[in-house]
Design a protein around this ligand. Structure first.
Ligand code: G16
Length: 544
């Protein structure tokens, strides 16, 4: 087998976003597009000769093809060993687990997360470092710089490998080992949670659960953990056969896209607990019987109940949340006497805090929760955490959430997304806000007075790196907030995200509808940012 050096020329659009490079499949199918990016990843790294690389993806269309290419390129570039999930599949948290467990140099994860898949869908690629987490900005910036001037890539001339057969084979001088995608991850989960207690809960005739894999990567993990190890009936799983096109669905676990699950949990004779995970298995949505838990509340509640879980019994070092996530976790941190860190959007910003032992739990409004057990958010981990808490407290999801609000007050919270907006219009809106923000402090809008307005900037407390322009925040004197930012994960036009939050200590008002409770702030957001006028949209595309 010989190494071929292929001449290529740069593509101008390979800047990684919030979580790697995400584009239409058809873009990735452009000759040399994938190869350029992969070679740029390798060229940005040092010292990997003879080391181990982990490769896997969420199983979407183009996954297998891309993996064959990456294996041959990794071999040509000098990796000593490559661990690849069976069938090319590894959920994002499982990939992080495998990188850490086998002390790999890093990993390449192929996923466009919750974005739809298939021939006309999306594809994505990102690099994770040896701690198992998404590469920090200094690496993604370096990769991008290289993509702008790349002139050749290396690939081994070899046939495709059988990705479905477990075991090791040779690719040139490199050993490629196809590993069980599920085993290592399932082992890790059983070391964190009280599986015996959860088993008892699932065996009880008074408790039923429904897990929706959304035809994405989590199905086999849920089968192994929830059914085989914890004894849930197979009927508790739905949409758990992974499909290349995710069954034409949009595997984003929220009230809009996880409609199959919502119908079950809000229907007749609903189960007691419902959960869904996304395309690559790192997001989660938690439902009780006819009851939705917002992701921000979920993080706060898990933190407040961490003492019920064996892995976190000893206490939490700290909590971290992304800036647009509600401040509900901050209240728990204050009561526990621990730090609550506020980072920019993107799981990569939690890595240093976790590595330095400053944070134990992390979470985001975008349906992501995780801990120091890996360096990615983790959908099934969150489901198991909730099951562990339910088993320990023997109360319903709704009762646990409402008790939490009674103790801490309720942070009403909602995100409004305007998807596929013309990029120029979206940028104008943000630029206008930046200019306007200077004069907003002190101004009154209805019942609210602006306390501050800024463009969020983050200085990493571990390495001192600064990330600026991470979202426009308008804070009001009563602690309410409006945040605007443009998504870094879309593949078409721009997605404007509006995040709205208000705090309600009065228990009598906790049962208000969220949109009703936030109505005035939502109107103020439109008044200040001229959302309807500038986006040309009367309504958001998705409200979560
Ligand atoms: C990624 C990131 C998350 C981020 C989310 C949304 O998640 O890992 O940290 O919150 O995107 O980002 P944006 O608001 O820029 O679209 P995932 O699940 O898509 O990999």
């Amino acid at each position: 087998m010989s190494i071929k050096v292929v001449t290529t020329s740069p593509f101008s659009d390979q800047k990684p976003g919030t979580s790697g490079l995400r584009k239409k499949v058809t873009v990735f199918q452009t000759p040399n597009y994938l190869e350029n990016f992969v070679q740029s990843i390798f060229d940005s790294l040092e010292g990997f000769a003879g080391q181990t690389l982990v490769v896997g993806g969420d199983g979407r269309y183009y996954n297998r093809h891309a993996i064959q290419t990456i294996l041959k390129m990794a071999a040509a570039n000098g990796f000593g060993k490559i661990l690849v999930g069976r069938g090319g599949i590894l959920s994002t948290p499982a990939a992080s687990c495998v990188i850490r467990k086998y002390n790999a140099f890093g990993g390449i994860i192929l996923s466009a997360s919750h974005n739809p898949a298939g021939k006309d869908g999306d594809f994505g690629i990102k690099y994770n470092t040896g701690n198992g987490g998404p590469a920090p900005e200094k690496i993604t910036d370096a990769i991008y710089e290289i993509t702008k001037s790349i002139s050749e890539y290396k690939i081994l001339e070899a046939g495709d490998l059988d990705l479905d057969r477990l075991g090791a084979t040779k690719l040139g001088d490199t050993v490629v080992e196809v590993i069980d995608s599920v085993a290592d991850y399932a082992e890790l989960m059983s070391s964190l949670f009280d599986f015996d207690r959860i088993k008892l809960l699932l065996a009880s005739p008074d408790f039923r659960l429904c897990f929706d894999g959304m035809h994405a990567v989590t199905g086999p993990y849920a089968q192994e953990i929830l059914v085989n190890r914890l004894g849930a009936p197979t009927s508790a799983l739905q949409n758990c056969v992974p499909l290349e096109d995710f069954g034409d669905g949009h595997p984003d676990p929220n009230l809009v896209y996880a409609h199959d699950l919502v119908e079950v949990l809000y229907g007749e004779n609903a189960p007691d607990f419902g959960a869904a995970s996304d395309g690559d298995g790192d997001r989660n949505m938690i439902l009780g019987k006819k009851f939705f838990v917002t992701p921000s509340d979920s993080l706060a509640i898990l933190a407040a109940n961490a003492h019920h879980v064996p892995a976190y019994k000893g206490g939490l070092a700290g909590i971290a949340r992304s800036m647009p996530t509600s401040q509900a976790p901050d209240r728990v941190a204050a009561r526990l006497g621990i730090e609550c860190y506020e980072t920019p959007t993107g799981w990569k910003f939690f890595g240093n805090l976790l590595d330095a032992g400053k944070a134990t739990l992390c979470g985001e409004e975008s349906f992501g929760t995780g801990s120091n057990h890996v360096r990615e958010k983790d959908g099934l981990w969150a489901v198991l955490f909730w099951l562990n808490v339910l088993a320990a407290r023997q109360q319903s999801v709704e009762a646990i959430v409402k008790e939490h609000w009674q103790l801490y007050g309720r942070n009403f919270y909602s995100r409004h997304d305007y998807e596929g907006v013309d990029s120029d219009r979206a940028n104008t809106l943000v630029d206008n806000l930046r200019k306007k923000g200077v004069d907003l402090a002190g101004q009154k809008f209805g019942n609210y007075q602006v306390d501050f307005c800024d463009d969020f900037s983050y200085t990493d407390p571990v390495d001192g790196s600064v990330s600026s322009k991470q979202g426009l925040r308008i804070g009001f004197t009563d602690g309410s907030r409006i945040v605007f930012r443009l998504s870094g994960t879309g593949t078409q036009g721009a997605t404007l995200r509006l995040y709205v939050e208000s705090y309600e200590p009065n228990i009598a008002k906790h049962n208000l509808d969220t949109q009703e409770a936030l109505k005035e702030l939502i109107e103020i957001a439109d008044q200040i940012a001229q959302i309807k006028v500038l986006t040309g949209r009367a309504e958001p595309t998705v409200i979560t």
